[in-house]
Design a binder for this molecule. Structure first.
Ligand code: FES
Length: 154
């Protein structure tokens, strides 16, 4: 038996048929909808590479069942820019070298967008590091990431 859910993804309403109730939002986005900007790192809620916004809140999409999110509004990294115009957080990551290999960057950026929207970023680097602590960077580009979030939150 399959289930049909409706999601608003990056502003577009989509009906999705789920053949398996165990499919996660991460796998749905990447494998069914080909939105591969959201990355799979650990697939167990430890790295933050899969961070997306659901109804404006940051979540690890690898831990979220798609079936539980019928009616949700989802924003992925693909939904941030407006045409050629980067989102201010994307621009800040470039301006402040908030990346090295880039694999974790979509998750870092989505997490930063959520953190700023929550009003939790502030102007204190320590608070930003705490707020971004769910997003790991194996290249350890944390200094640039913190600078970028700081700049974007001003
Ligand atoms: Fe989801 Fe690592 S892939 S937290």
């Amino acid at each position: 038996m399959s289930d049909i859910i409706t999601l608003t993804i990056n502003g577009t309403v989509q009906e999705v048929t789920l053949d398996d109730p165990r499919v996660t939002l991460l796998d749905l986005l990447r494998e069914r909808l080909h939105l591969t900007g959201t990355k799979k790192g650990c697939d167990r809620g430890q790295c933050g590479a899969c961070t997306i916004l659901v109804d404006g809140r940051r979540i690890n999409s690898c831990l979220a069942l798609a079936l539980s999110h019928d009616g949700a509004e989802i924003t992925t990294i693909e939904g941030l820019s407006q045409g050629d115009a980067l989102h201010p957080v994307q621009a800040a990551f470039i301006a402040h070298d908030g990346m090295q290999c880039g694999y974790c960057t979509p998750g870092q950026i989505m997490s930063a967008v959520g953190l700023i929207a929550e009003g939790q970023a502030g102007t204190d680097p320590e608070r930003i590091r705490e707020g971004m602590s769910g997003n790991l960077c194996r290249c350890a580009a944390y200094a640039g990431i913190t600078r970028a979030v700081l700049a974007a939150s001003e």
